[in-house]
Design a protein around this ligand. Structure first.
Ligand code: R5P
Length: 292
């Protein structure tokens, strides 16, 4: 395999290459044309190789770069192209909520799989998006990576900030052999949420070292309000853990002010990336490449 690191995922691509017994790793040359269009060039020949392109799609430009890299890999002679999208943007619009809207996750899935022999991604917002792919698609969970990290810290109780995250915290709780609870979240708008907790669960929080686990931290509103509620309920400490750390605007500082630790995986570059999904992605690539 030959690993190609897109500009949004260079460090993670290198980590994956190390996990794959130091598979060759390359960074494409990139520049912008005067009109703003992107240019990429893969320096090495990929003749007969399995090319693995690693590129999170945090921005729309990241997505365009991924499209160009896939095409460049074919042009460079790659036998197969495996596309790894650690953070798959647009995943939260996984259905049409109002008439006239797109199913954005499906639209993006269509272009991500184009020209790919297989796609690997990490912790999709919901499994609905998997159904949009016609090529082999592998979803790596980010929870084992976070569990490896939280296992080294003192955690008594795992908390999901909403109903949608229950499967995630159940998995974390099982890996750490700890109990879990779920908050009730009401989203007011993109930036504001309200959270509540029933009386029985409040008792579990009193004196406990809790870890809130979510798939994405975006504006930070969910984690900030969850942490404040848990502190009011008497938590001894509150940690915040997420798979994908976007940390928009001043989210990181706001969360830092109300928690005792912030932990994220390395699907996105951010100040909290302390757990790596590289071993989990490498394992999937190894299995798929060896398959029929
Ligand atoms: C929502 O369903 C997700 O699981 C996250 O809770 C949400 O995306 C976090 O967003 P924010 O940080 O803006 O509250």
């Amino acid at each position: 395999m030959y690993l190609i690191g897109g500009s949004a995922s260079t460090a993670l691509a290198e980590r994956i290459s190390r996990e794959l017994e130091n598979a060759p790793f390359g960074l494409p040359f990139q520049k912008r044309f005067p009109d703003g269009e992107m240019y990429v060039r893969i320096g090495d020949s990929l003749a007969g190789a399995d090319a693995v392109i690693v590129q999170s799609t945090r921005t729309d430009a990241d997505l365009v770069e991924l499209l160009l890299l896939k095409d460049a890999a074919r042009e460079a002679g790659a036998r197969r192209v495996f596309t790894v999208v650690p953070y798959f943007a647009y995943a939260r619009q996984d259905r049409r909520f109002y008439p006239g809207e797109p199913v954005s996750a499906r639209a993006v899935a269509n272009v991500v799989e184009l020209g790919s022999d297989a796609v690997v991604t990490v912790e999709l917002h919901s499994p609905l998006t998997l159904g949009a792919f016609s090529k082999p698609i592998y979803e790596v969970s980010g929870i084992p990576a976070l569990a490896r990290l939280l296992a080294q810290r003192q955690v008594d109780l795992i908390v999901s900030p909403d109903k949608g995250g229950v499967a995630r915290v159940e998995r974390m709780a099982k890996l750490l052999d700890k109990p879990w609870i779920q908050l009730a979240k009401h989203r007011i708008d993109s930036d504001h949420v309200e959270l509540s907790l029933g009386a029985a669960d409040r008792e579990k929080v009193r004196g406990a070292r809790v870890a809130i686990v979510d798939d994405v931290i975006s504006t930070g509103g969910t984690i900030v309000e969850s942490a404040k509620l848990l502190a009011r309920c008497g938590a001894a400490s509150v940690a915040a853990a997420c798979v994908h750390g976007l940390f928009l605007r001043d989210a990181f500082e706001r969360i830092k002010a109300v928690t005792d630790g912030i932990y994220s995986t390395d699907t996105l570059v951010n100040p909290a990336e302390k757990a790596s999904v590289a071993p989990d992605i490498a394992q999937i690539l190894r299995q798929h490449a060896a398959g029929p």
